[in-house]
Design a protein around this ligand. Sequence first.
Ligand SMILES: [Zn+2]
Length: 166
Amino acid sequence: MQISKLADLTCQEKHTWMQRLIDRAYILGEQGEVPVAAVVLNNKGHCIGHGRNTRNKNFDPLGHAELVAIHQASLIKSDWRFNDCTLIVTLEPCQMCAGALVQARMGKVIFGTKDLKRGGLGGTIDLSLHKSAHHKMIVEGGVLENQAKKQLQSWFKDQRLKINQD
Ligand SMILES: [Zn+2]
């Protein structure tokens, strides 16, 4: 594990990034997508990829914010290895994304709120600790957790109300 090569983000910087992602996710929610946004930072802490859910927009089951962000970052980086990078996302990555993050050898993953139904980094299963994980990621959850959690809860509540009104 190449910890020394990762961007050393301060608490304030983590909060600032998470707040930006929550704000971006809000706009997404208004457009009918599940409000989740992600960013990939290089070892200097600069953004090299950002992603948002595009499942409805592109009819793409792989259109999760994390995968969109990784794909964009891989083009900028011209590499599929992310040992020196940090991915920040508002919701704990699902099992598909957690698997992809291990495959991408992501150095560190920071997320907002846990996903107790589908989370792949502790919410249901922890793929970063699974015996099949050849790469060990650093995982930090709970950054602006309450805000991230409330955003998703209120979005799903609104969606249920809309369905009931139809
Ligand atoms: Zn996912």
